[in-house]
Every structure is written in structure tokens, then in C-alpha cells.
Design a binder for this molecule. Structure first.
Ligand SMILES: Cc1ncc(COP(=O)(O)O)c(C=O)c1O
Length: 342
């Protein structure tokens, strides 16, 4: 088995391991039974995250997938639908959970590489006009920020929010990497979250926590989402141990995301100078590398793995900078790419 922990691992920002300081706060966390609402660390994280994101209430969940699912089910009833980008995580990569578990129909809409949808197309797909009973009821518009590392343009978010309001839709933001958008756009997390009814943020991507996401929104919506969390088996007991890691992750690792963005910038610049590579990015912490036809991406990934550099092979490889990748690692990687392609 490949021992990724000893490699410079660009596969994702989810591969980070807890720092000694994070492990220390986890070890010291005071805990209680969170299903009874008695875990002080979970309660603290939920209100801390809600305040940071400018919302009334928060709910700690195991994953981004569970967070998005609970949000969609809190907004939509059986026979309703949510409008969502064709490439969005909460349409394409969440195992059809809203349809399977909530009988909520997704209405996917084509997306641009920037993570945006044509809003006229979105408007045309909204079904809340009389239909003689033909249509599912459109209830919710979901956006994703960042999408493939790209922060959504602020005027696009404003326009999408206006459209949703005019047409009576609620708004959910999959902000798994909202933190990166905030750093890149020099805005507060609350500014990026503004105008959405619910926002899901991940603690285990970029911020370095081992597990966990938080869903924030109004108190009634979070109460409804909490019921769904229980139904999908997401009620956790002494979860304060992981909530402590989550709070530590926000407090200690949010500002240093700027280092990941700087490392991605240097990586993109270094790789762009190598013949046979086409570079897209940096997009916050991510760089996309397309190999020329003369190169076999699998063979290159193997050569890089022999130099202790991990990435998913493919015609276009996504390289993600994160907490466990240093500026020196980036220089090592640029040299290893040059050697692997020579
Ligand atoms: C944009 C986005 N949303 C949601 C998720 C789901 O998060 P999780 O893997 O914690 O379920 C991911 C996971 O990579 C993601 O990239």
C-alpha cells in the first residue's frame, strides 16, 4: 500500500493530518452527550461558527455531504425540487441523497468552468407557475463557493440571489471551501455567506480538522435540519472531541490559507515554465495541469510517486496545496515535474 503520509500529497486538501496542537485540544476537550444537547464543545462550535458566518444558529455534522443533505431536506418537501449546477458537489457527488432520502428532485443546470450558471437558464428552469399539477415545485437554489477552487464572482452571487428572491426560492450555499473565497476576495466569512438562508462549511478541507462540517442558518431551519441529521444517523454523542478540533481549525488555520494560495501561485508559475504542460490556475489553493499528448499521465504520476509526490493521474491533474505542503515542498515538486517530463 502507498504510504501517502510520508509523501508530498497534492491529491486534495482533505488529506491533512491533525497537528500536535490540534491533537492536544482534542485530548483536553470537555464533553457530554450531544444528542441531549449537552456537549459543551459542540454547542460552542455551533454558536461560534454561526456568529462567524453571520447566521442565527449552527449544527455540527460529520461531513459536507451530510450538511448539504440536511439543508436540502430542511428547505424542500417531498415532490419539491432544488436547482443546482450540473457539476456542483450537491448534485453530482453526493450519491443522489436528496432524491433517495427526501424524494426531492434535483434540477441540474449547465455550469461554466467558473462555477456559475447562466441565470436566464436558471430562471427558465424554475417551475413555480401553475402547471395543472405537472411540475415539481421549485423551492431552492444551491450555489457552490468556491467551485474547483474558483471563488464565485460577487456580482454573480448578487444577481443569483436577486433572481431567487424574486421567484420565491430559498438559497443554500455549499461553502465547503468558503474560507478560501473569503481569503482570496479579502472578505469576511460572514460577507461571503450573506444573503443565503443556509450555508454549509467544511472544517476538514484546507482548515486541517480530521472530520466535520457546520451548517448555519436561521434557528427554525437549523432545528428542522437537526431532525434530518438524526434521521440519517448523524446524531453523535461525545462529539466535543472533534468539535474542539474544528474550532481550533478555524481559529488557527483560516488565515494561513493565504500560504496555500501563495504556494499554488508559485507552483503554477514553476510548472508553466516546463515544456509539455498547460497550466490552469492558480485558483485559490488549486492548480490544474494538462499534459501534452506526447506524455502519458499515468507514467508521469508513477515517476512523481517514486519521488514521493502524490497526485491523481489523468489528462488534467488537479494539484491542491494545503497545510501539510510547505513552500520548500513546492520547489521540490517543480524540480520533480521537470525531471519526470525530461
Ligand atoms: C464543494 C464540496 N462540497 C461538499 C463536499 C462534501 O464534503 P465531505 O467529503 O465532507 O462529505 C466536498 C468534498 O470534497 C466538496 O468539494
Amino acid at each position: 500500500m502507498v504510504h501517502y503520509a510520508s509523501m508530498i500529497d497534492f491529491r486534495s486538501d482533505t488529506v491533512t493530518v491533525p497537528t500536535p496542537a490540534m491533537r492536544a485540544v482534542m485530548a483536553e476537550a470537555s464533553v457530554g452527550d450531544d444528542v441531549y444537547g449537552e456537549d459543551p464543545g459542540v454547542n460552542d462550535l455551533e454558536s461560534f461558527a454561526a456568529e462567524l458566518l453571520g447566521k442565527e444558529a449552527g449544527m455540527f455534522v460529520a461531513s459536507g455531504t451530510q450538511s448539504n443533505l440536511c439543508a436540502i431536506l430542511a428547505h424542500c418537501q417531498r415532490g419539491d425540487e432544488y436547482l443546482v449546477g450540473q457539476e456542483a458537489h450537491c448534485y453530482k457527488y453526493e450519491a443522489g441523497g436528496a432524491a433517495v432520502l427526501g424524494s426531492v428532485q434535483p434540477q441540474p443546470v449547465a455550469m461554466n468552468a467558473a462555477g456559475t450558471m447562466d441565470l436566464d437558464t436558471v430562471a427558465a428552469a424554475i417551475k413555480n407557475q401553475p402547471s395543472m399539477g405537472h411540475f415539481a415545485h421549485s423551492r431552492l437554489l444551491c450555489l457552490e463557493n468556491t467551485h474547483n477552487g474558483r471563488p464565485l464572482p460577487i456580482d454573480y452571487v448578487d444577481a443569483a440571489q436577486s433572481l431567487a428572491r424574486e421567484r420565491g426560492l430559498a438559497l443554500h450555499l455549499d461553502g465547503a471551501r468558503l474560507w478560501n473565497a473569503a481569503i482570496a476576495d479579502d472578505r469576511s466569512p460572514a460577507e461571503v455567506a450573506a444573503g443565503f438562508d443556509t450555508v454549509s462549511v467544511c472544517l476538514s478541507k484546507g482548515l486541517g480538522a480530521p472530520i466535520g462540517s457546520v451548517l448555519v442558518g436561521s434557528a427554525p431551519l437549523i432545528e428542522e435540519a437537526r431532525r434530518w441529521r438524526k434521521m440519517v444517523g448523524g446524531g453523535m454523542r461525545q462529539a466535543g472531541i472533534i468539535a474542539a478540533a474544528g474550532r481550533h481549525a478555524i481559529e488557527q488555520h483560516l488565515a494561513p490559507l493565504a500560504n496555500d494560495h501563495a504556494n499554488a501561485t508559485r507552483l503554477a508559475e514553476g510548472l508553466a515554465a516546463i515544456d509539455g504542460l498547460t497550466i490552469d490556475g492558480p485558483h485559490t489553493s488549486m492548480v490544474f495541469v494538462t499534459f501534452g499528448d506526447e506524455h502519458d499521465p499515468v507514467a508521469i504520476a508513477e515517476r512523481l510517486a517514486a519521488a514521493d509526490i502524490a497526485m491523481f493521474p489523468g489528462p488534467t491533474a488537479r494539484l491542491v496545496c494545503h497545510l501539510d505542503i510547505s513552500a520548500a515542498d513546492v520547489e521540490t515538486t517543480i524540480e520533480a515535474f521537470a525531471a519526470a517530463l525530461s
